[in-house]
Design a protein around this ligand. Structure first.
Ligand code: ADP
Ligand code: MG
Length: 581
């Protein structure tokens, strides 16, 4: 009997990424090397040119934002590039580094190689963005067995597919930088997305930013100006406000230390105390924006809000009480939030991974997906007496449940026209130039005659993202097929190998060194925040630790690390965050 390799489920998020797996009869999250479930989707190159991923990179970002990249998921499927240290990176490469780090964590946790994964993407991701995600997986050494929509994953985590009742429900996902609403249907055991909507620039970071702006304003400072003139002050204050925001999710008030121009936080320095009611007032307009997308999603699904039987909260920012209260009053029902909102997508991915591994995803659980975008062909329009090309004719509409097969009829535009070039596009724009080209092919052998010879264009689109277009000349029955696969625009095996090699050139810290590396970075950050008289002490502790590291003496490393950590925790709380997290 051959045993299937373990397939992990991965939530590759804009702000945080997680990995989980199916374990016996339940999904289980896998902690990273630091013991955290959440790995920040941040990549950095330190001053020695070494690669950092996750929390160490987020630490580096406070002092050296120019050496770090975050929120690159927004650029998936585009040519965007960023310079980090000496090198340029695209979104696929950066994502692959995050995936590689999750893969390594899973491997050391499970004690075996991990080569297969289910990765989630937002429901609105288009073909290029899905392809880019698969490519990021390949670069990380993962075979992507399934791409799963995030709201579908969240619904699976809540076991909605197993409920013994059909229902219409809504997934409300407010993450770090994006807001997604999906209306879903559970019908005869299958899950379908009926509509999706949202904003790509609305999330928890905006709430933090609003708080930063208010605190600066209370000091008679203007955000945009300070950001330019004292970037360290802003990045330090942002951290303070991020912590305060989390405290306010639980307590009625929080205190923020206001850093100086260089980001220093002297003892007895200025502070500001913020009440939750104030915070809620300042961020009210952000919250109000979620309503626009909610209405649009309902409109697209042709539903009223009272038709929604269940609401699922997803995304770390839904931990804010004001968000919950708003959702509750808008729908007049308690939203589901028994699972941690920033973990549910990864849990659902792990359930799906378990089903894929047992080859039961189709028989026991039909997770149908939707085409997240419209697919169609180019046609001409008659404008006055002119024939104008360049118009988009949809064949499969956005939000259609897949697999799906649809036919549209087109006809020749000129007399004695014996061939037609079929150009395939994806997108929502009226003109093809604004949509994404997917390929083209030629149909010939059309009988001579007047204009108006008919051709049927059939599109078939399946769950694995394969689009098959077939054109049939109605008069003769002759047909031509053209297949667009996710890999069509991807890399050849040789190119993948080359890209993987290029990534492997990057020097990574040995995994056991990463924790030490992070501790050093954290200590350096705190050093700058300390009053002068405390700096000496930290300097000594750091020196001792560095010396122990260079001598590679495990017991000396251990004792020096402990005293350094104890010192740092007095300022920052364990692990660089305040205890009340
Ligand atoms: P993404 O899906 O974008 O990767 P997450 O779902 O992990 O993001 O959400 C990250 C956001 O959640 C951040 O903006 C963070 O500030 C916010 N967040 C996490 N925990 C809390 C909390 N306790 N209170 C308020 N906001 C929180
Ligand atoms: Mg998310």
């Amino acid at each position: 009997m051959t045993t299937e390799p373990i397939i992990v489920g991965i939530d590759l998020g804009t702000t945080n990424s997680l990995v989980a797996r199916w374990s016996v009869d339940a999904p289980a999250l896998i902690p990273n090397v630091f013991g955290d479930m959440l790995t920040p989707s941040v990549v950095g190159i330190d001053l020695e040119g070494r690669l950092l991923v996750g929390r160490p990179a987020r630490e580096l970002q406070v002092l050296h934002p120019e050496r770090c990249a975050s929120a690159f998921k927004r650029h998936m499927g585009t040519d965007w590039k960023t310079q980090l240290g000496e090198r340029e990176f695209g979104a696929v490469e950066l994502s692959s580094l995050v995936l590689r780090s999750l893969k390594a964590d899973a491997e050391s946790h499970l004690g075996q190689p991990i080569t297969h994964a289910v990765i989630t993407v937002p429901a609105y991701f288009n073909e290029h963005q899905r392809q880019a995600t698969i490519r990021a997986g390949e670069l990380a050494g993962l075979t992507v067995r399934r791409i799963l929509n995030e709201p579908t994953a969240a619904a699976i985590a809540y076991g909605i597919h197993e409920a013994n009742q059909d229902s219409v429900f809504l997934v409300f996902d407010l993450g770090g930088g994006t807001f997604d609403v999906s209306i879903m249907d559970r019908f005869e055991g299958a899950l379908e997305i009926r509509s999706s909507s949202g904003e790509i620039f609305l999330g928890g970071e905006d709430f933090t930013r609003a708080l930063v702006a208010r605190v600066l304003q209370s000091q008679n400072l203007i955000y945009e100006r300070v950001e330019h003139e004292a970037p360290r002050m802003v990045s330090r204050l942002r951290r303070e406000c991020e912590m305060a925001k989390r405290v306010l999710a639980r307590d009625e008030q929080a205190t923020i230390r206001i850093p100086g121009k260089d980001g220093e936080l002297p003892e007895g320095g200025p502070t500001a105390t913020i009440r939750r009611t104030e915070f809620d007032t300042w961020t009210e307009s952000l919250l109000a924006r979620t309503e626009i997308s909610l209405r649009r999603a309902l409109g697209d699904a042709k539903l009223r809000r009272q038709d929604i039987q269940d609401v699922i909260l997803v995304g770390g920012a839904t931990r804010m009480p004001a968000v919950r209260a708003r959702v509750e009053s808008w729908f007049n029902r308690m939203p589901r939030c028994s699972l941690n909102p920033d973990e549910v997508v990864a849990l659902g991915a792990a359930v799906q991974a378990g089903l894929v591994a047992r080859d039961r995803s189709l028989s026991e659980l039909v997770v149908t997906d939707v085409a997240p975008f419209t697919l169609g062909v180019e046609t001409c329009h008659v404008i006055g007496r002119d024939l104008r090309p360049g118009y988009f004719m949809p064949v499969i509409n956005r939000n259609t449940t897949i697999p799906v097969s649809r036919v549209e009829r087109v006809s020749t535009v000129a007399p004695n026209q014996t061939s037609v070039r079929v150009k395939l596009y994806q997108g929502e724009a009226r003109r093809v130039q604004d949509n994404i080209p997917l390929g083209e092919f030629e149909v010939d052998g059309i009988p001579r005659g007047p204009a108006g010879q008919e051709i049927d264009i059939r599109f078939t689109y399946d769950q694995n993202g394969v689009l098959e277009a077939e054109a049939t000349v109605v008069a003769t029955g002759k047909s031509v097929r053209h297949v667009v696969t996710r890999h069509a625009k991807g890399l050849s095996p040789a190119q993948i190998e080359e890209a993987v090699r290029r990534m492997q050139d990057l020097k990574t810290h040995p995994r056991e060194e990463q924790a030490n590396r992070m501790l050093l970075l954290r200590a350096e950050r705190i050093y700058q925040e300390l009053p002068l008289e405390q700096r000496d002490l930290l300097d000594q502790l750091l020196h001792g630790f560095e010396e122990a590291l260079s001598m590679q003496d495990p017991s000396a490393i251990e004792t020096n690390r402990e005293s350094l950590e104890r010192f740092l925790n007095r300022f920052d709380g364990p692990d660089g965050e305040r205890q009340d997290f």
